[in-house]
Design a protein around this ligand. Structure first.
Ligand SMILES: [Mn+2]
Length: 294
């Protein structure tokens, strides 16, 4: 048809400039990297809206330059059930199990951070190897609440699924968390690192001791970034990583530990400004792709 573009995600006619969105395989196809969206925010108390994140993240991710050397497929979004978290979580886990069987690296776009727990359950189901769960987050997410549901419990649930998994949270802000949570984390065997510790040159050595050759699940909660660089989150906390710092950290982790799953959670588009949080989130996902066949 006349004057209709066959390629999306690009506005300039430059054949040498290939975008990631131009290399996508079709839904359900096997690929080095498989993308799944989990548009669910039913466990968010403060600023809901991360159910709208997957489409916004894709918009930025698919305009990123394709670096070559890997195949990538977007399987679309999990069909979530509004008001039914158990059925939704079952479906997210099930989609992740399928995606793990068809890829070397799964990129899961949340959604609130409970979808990270679903992905972790899927990974535990998929592999016999030792797993490490590294969460980049301002909060330890080890709450124990008297009623209801919160995404602030995810790391506690991860511990319940696999007590042997090495588990740590990187980017903690002391000033934004109740003191009891630090004791909870310690008694659950969850190692916490604040922002300053994570920026020390020795930090990668710390991770080396913790992760080693385990199968890595890396969870990136966008609130780990300073709200000046990532305002579009459910639970912002001042004093986080700059965008440059978090990009460097994710790149180093991806290169060294080759994560089997990378999830991006808690991005909340309604609170974003000029898509800066979406652009950063998409960049972090692009940097987390470690497969390079060339
Ligand atoms: Mn958090």
């Amino acid at each position: 048809m006349q004057h209709l573009k066959s390629k999306r995600y690009k506005f300039i006619a430059d054949p040498g400039d290939v975008r990631l969105g131009e290399r996508l395989g079709s839904d359900g196809s096997r690929a080095d990297v498989v993308i799944v969206g989990a548009p669910w925010d039913g466990a968010v108390g403060t600023r809901p809206g991360s159910r709208l994140a997957p489409s916004k993240i894709r918009q930025s991710l698919f305009t990123a330059p394709y670096q070559g050397g890997f195949t990538i497929s977007d399987w679309g979004d999990v069909n979530t059930v509004v008001g039914d978290h158990e059925e939704t979580w079952r479906r997210v886990s099930s989609a992740c199990i399928e995606a793990l069987s068809s890829s070397s690296e799964l990129l899961l776009i949340g959604g609130d951070s409970t979808v990270s727990y679903c992905a972790f359950k899927a990974l535990r189901n998929h592999t016999q190897s030792k797993i490490a769960y590294v969460s980049l987050d301002a909060h330890p997410d080890v709450r124990s609440i008297s009623e209801g549901l919160t995404s602030g419990q995810v790391v506690r649930w991860v511990r319940e699924v696999d007590k042997q998994a090495s588990t740590c949270v990187v980017g903690i802000r002391r000033h934004s968390n109740a003191p009891y949570l630090f004791n909870e984390a310690e008694s659950l065997g969850v190692k916490l690192y604040d922002v300053e510790e994570a920026l020390e040159p020795a930090f990668l050595g710390e991770l080396e001791n913790l992760v080693g050759n385990a199968t890595l699940h890396l969870s990136i909660n966008m609130d780990v970034v300073d709200p000046a660089f990532a305002p579009g989150v459910n639970s912002p906390s001042p004093g986080g990583f700059t965008s440059r710092e978090v990009i460097g950290l994710v790149e180093k982790i991806a290169k060294r530990f080759k994560p089997r799953i990378v999830d991006l959670v808690e991005y909340t588009p309604a609170y974003d400004l000029g898509d800066i949080t979406a652009m950063l989130g998409a960049t972090l996902l692009a940097k987390s792709i470690w497969i390079q066949k060339v």
